[in-house]
Design a protein around this ligand. Structure first.
Ligand SMILES: [Fe+2]
Length: 257
């Protein structure tokens, strides 16, 4: 499934990409669900949704044991809970020059990262289409989560607040020695397992086919991760819905109410 080298890449680079046991038919069904749920509106370059869908093709992926098992391994955790999910389509932008966003979505300390279990979320970016250099690859700065985690560790006023989900743009992050941005390339059906505590962001789709992805995140059952109030309310509603529709043998991945 994954090995120690993959774990080391997660810890050091912040991301690794592997094949999944998910069949082409299931990936295609999920990509078709995104076509239905995320039509392009007003020529906007991206369309997305978070924790508000129950399409069987997407629920089928959330509850696949692969993600739970890999999350346990990555987080060095005996048991994990589903945290959040999102779907995103990046549409082609013919003639637009390549550029990309840079931000982090979560804060944790080096002690959180190196602990057992690890006190952070494990994010799966499941690619529902190929991600070539001209298909809106995520751009990321390998290893940038580590100096940031060391920095957050020194911020004593954050002790009671983190780990937490919080969006911070590169311009508002401390000026540390980050690696240069790289594109994260993959094939449909592969998954990038990563921490959004590293500097990363969406790029322009300069090609001619939409890029589609599903994000699924997990955390250790005993490690609460703070969420902005609006996201917390949405997550609780979604957890309640999932408890009703997941297969009985898979419901344990959702925190009980
Ligand atoms: Fe992000």
């Amino acid at each position: 499934m994954i090995d120690e080298q993959d774990i080391q890449r997660f810890l050091e680079d912040g991301a690794f990409t592997v094949d999944t046991p998910i069949s082409t038919d299931r990936i295609t069904a999920a990509a078709e669900a995104l076509d239905r749920l995320l039509p392009q509106k007003d020529g906007r370059p991206r369309s997305g949704a978070t924790c508000n869908y129950d399409d069987p093709a997407l629920i089928d992926l959330i509850q696949d044991p692969f993600f739970e098992q890999v999350a346990r391994h990555v987080l060095d955790s005996p048991a994990v809970y589903f945290f959040q999910t999102a779907i995103i389509t990046a549409f082609p932008q013919p003639g637009v020059e390549f550029s990309f966003d840079q931000h982090v979505d979560t804060q944790y300390t080096l002690s959180d990262l190196d602990g057992s279990p690890r006190r952070l979320t494990c994010s799966f970016f499941l690619w529902l289409s190929d991600v070539a250099a001209d298909q809106a690859p995520m751009m990321y700065r390998p290893g940038s989560h580590r100096p940031l985690a060391a920095h957050w560790e020194t911020q004593t006023d954050l002790v009671d607040e983190i780990p937490r989900i919080i969006g911070i743009k590169l311009a508002d992050l401390p000026d540390l020695n980050y690696a240069e941005p790289q594109p994260l390339l993959a094939k449909a059906g592969q998954v990038s397992v990563l921490t959004t505590g590293m500097v990363h962001g969406a790029s322009v789709n300069t090609g001619d086919t939409p890029r589609k992805a599903m994000v699924i995140t997990f955390h250790d059952v005993d490690v609460p991760v703070g969420l902005p109030e609006v996201q917390e309310v949405t997550k609780r509603k979604y957890d309640a819905m999932l408890r009703n529709i997941l297969s009985p043998e898979r419901r344990h991945i959702v925190r009980p109410s």
